[in-house]
Structures are given as structure tokens and as C-alpha cells.
Write a protein that binds this ligand. Structure first.
Ligand code: HEM
Length: 291
């Protein structure tokens, strides 16, 4: 499995974006297509989506924290708040890990989105670095604590696999993002950060999917629906559904932005010689494509 670098930009890449590269390092990321130019009409829908995603992330982070800050897990379980009933009788280690998970993950959810804005990166590169480090620490803590609560998760066996895979991919993509920027590869860093945040956003899509899957059962649930059964049926799907489509969307965005895309293959692509590249009209150096 390896990354594939685009050979031809889909649009004029504009000037190189050097806002992220550490002093003395090479910025390999071309600037956002259209960055700093006069194309406001084209960018408005993107900005609106960005604001909508931000509001959704903020809402879920606040709801998560406020739900679990209102009482002990036992009290919350009695009120049927959140998923407290699954943790009310768990050992202190698991309960503590749940609180750590909620705090760290909620922070990551809020802190991660502004990191993806090229405009904010350009305006405050230092802030981007500081917040980026805090975001990656939060991802690490959120993922590690999620592994502690995993055996108690409400989706059982499916949850262990679905949420467990999500936790490993979350840390893995964050680590790749960090390694990429350490070697000055801004394009790969941005791609991996997009993937990481798509996984972080699972907190929002999980709640959205749960609501949608409960709603689609309602027409056939009769006049007095069993709320617990509706929830359990819906929740059985979300350990995977909450992040798999996000990854696909992230990969689509990565390709659209002309960033190094991800490709699943059994063996690395055979390296082409410079002469073969010339034959098919590619101008990207072979070493750069396979870095
Ligand atoms: C992306 C990686 C994440 C993983 C692997 C993960 C994993 C888990 C797991 C296994 C549970 C237990 C769920 C259950 O009992 O069924 C849980 C619960 C929870 N997680 Fe996460 N989580 C992640 C991200 C987040 C984020 C970004 C937030 C941000 C708010 C968050 C907030 C919560 C909350 C509030 C709970 C308690 C259950 C509830 O009321 O929904 N998680 N998480």
C-alpha cells in the first residue's frame, strides 16, 4: 500500500505554498488552486461547507462534553443519558478512560478543522503548528483511551472491530501526517491530515447515521415502537458506517486538490525509467513521484 502522486495537476496549481515548511526544508505542496486569486464565486460553496462542518463539529463536541459533565455515570444511566448505562458498572479505569476519551476527542474534533484551511495556515503559520501538535496529541490520547473502553462498547463484537479499526487508522494517519511534515513533504502532510480529520469526523457521522437509521425503521415499527430495539438495530451498523464513507470522501477531496492519493496494491508500482516517462509524456521526475 502506498501513496500515488498526481502526475498532472487538474488546474493551474499557482505558486508553491511554503507556509508550512520548516526553515531550511522544501515545501512540495503546490498552493491551493486559485489561492489568493480573484475567484470568490467558486470558493463560496467551499467556505459554506467548511462553516457547516465546523458548526456540526462544535455542536457534537459541546453535546458530548455537556452530556457527561452533568452527573456521575450512574446518575446519567438512570436518566438514560448518552451511553452512560454501558459504563455505569464498569471499573474506574474504564470510566476514567471514557472521560479522557470524550475530552481529548472533543478537543480534536474542534481543533482539527481549522487546520485544513489554507487561508488560516497562511495567516497564522505558527498558530497552525501549535494547534497541529495539540491536535495530534489529542488524537493519540483519544485513540488510546478508546481502546480501553472498547470491550465495554454498546455495539459488542462489531464495535470492537469497527471502532478498533477506526482507532488504529486514526493514530496511523496522524503519525503519517507528522512524519510527512517532519521531512518537509507538505503535500503528503496535508493529505494525511485530511484523512485524519475525516476519521475524527466519525464522531459527527456516527450520530447522524444513528439518527437516519432509526428514522428509516419508523414507518415499519408500528404505533408503539420499541426505542431500545430501534437504537440497537441502527447502532449495529455505525461502528463501520461512521468512518468508511468519510475515508472515501477524504480520498476524493485529496484527488481533487491534487494531493498525493492513496492506492491499494499488492506490490509497489514498478518504477518507470525517465525514458518511459518521456514516452508517455510525463514531466514529473520519477524520484519525486515515488518518494
Ligand atoms: C475517531 C476515533 C474515535 C474512536 C475510535 C472512538 C471510539 C469510541 C468508542 C469505542 C466508544 C464507546 C461507544 C459505545 O459504547 O458504543 C466511544 C464513545 C464516545 N466517544 Fe468516541 N471515538 C472516536 C472519536 C470521538 C470523537 C472525535 C468524539 C468527539 C466528541 C468522541 C466522543 C465520544 C463520546 C461522547 C462517547 C460516549 C458515548 C456517547 O455518548 O456517544 N469520540 N468512542
Amino acid at each position: 500500500m502506498h501513496e500515488r502522486r498526481p502526475t498532472t495537476p487538474t488546474t493551474d496549481p499557482g505558486p508553491a505554498d511554503t507556509s508550512l515548511a520548516a526553515p531550511g526544508r522544501i515545501a512540495t505542496r503546490p498552493a491551493e488552486p486559485g489561492a489568493g486569486d480573484a475567484r470568490p464565486a467558486r470558493r463560496r460553496p467551499a467556505r459554506l461547507s467548511f462553516v457547516a462542518l465546523g458548526l456540526a463539529a462544535l455542536a457534537i463536541a459541546l453535546i458530548s462534553i455537556s452530556t457527561y459533565a452533568q452527573g456521575t455515570l450512574r446518575e446519567l444511566a438512570a436518566d438514560d443519558a448518552g451511553l452512560a448505562s454501558a459504563y455505569a458498572d464498569e471499573p474506574a479505569l474504564v470510566q476514567g478512560a471514557l472521560y479522557v476519551h470524550i475530552a481529548a476527542s472533543a478537543f480534536a474534533l474542534v481543533a482539527g478543522l481549522p487546520q485544513l484551511s489554507a487561508r488560516l495556515r497562511r495567516r497564522a503559520p505558527r498558530g497552525h503548528r501549535v494547534l497541529g501538535r495539540a491536535y495530534l496529541v489529542a488524537v493519540g490520547v483519544g485513540a488510546a483511551s478508546s481502546l480501553v473502553i472498547l470491550p465495554a462498547n454498546s455495539a459488542g463484537f462489531v464495535g470492537v472491530f469497527g471502532f478498533g479499526t477506526l482507532a488504529f487508522l486514526w493514530v496511523g494517519s496522524g503519525t503519517r501526517a507528522l512524519l510527512a511534515i517532519r521531512r518537509g513533504d507538505v503535500a503528503s502532510h496535508e493529505a494525511w491530515m485530511l484523512r485524519t480529520y475525516a476519521l475524527t469526523f466519525a464522531a459527527v457521522t456516527l450520530r447522524t447515521w444513528t439518527g437516519v437509521l432509526i428514522a428509516v425503521q419508523l414507518p415499519g415499527a408500528g404505533p408503539d415502537p420499541d426505542a431500545e430495539a430501534l437504537f440497537m438495530h441502527a447502532y449495529a451498523a455505525v461502528p463501520f458506517l461512521c468512518w468508511l464513507p468519510n475515508v472515501v470522501v477524504a480520498e476524493w477531496l485529496i484527488r481533487r486538490r491534487g494531493l498525493p492519493a492513496y492506492r491499494l496494491s499488492a506490490s509497489p508500482t514498478p518504477r518507470r525509467t525517465a525514458r518511459q516517462d518521456a514516452t508517455v509524456g510525463l514531466v514529473v521526475p520519477v524520484a519525486a513521484r515515488h518518494a
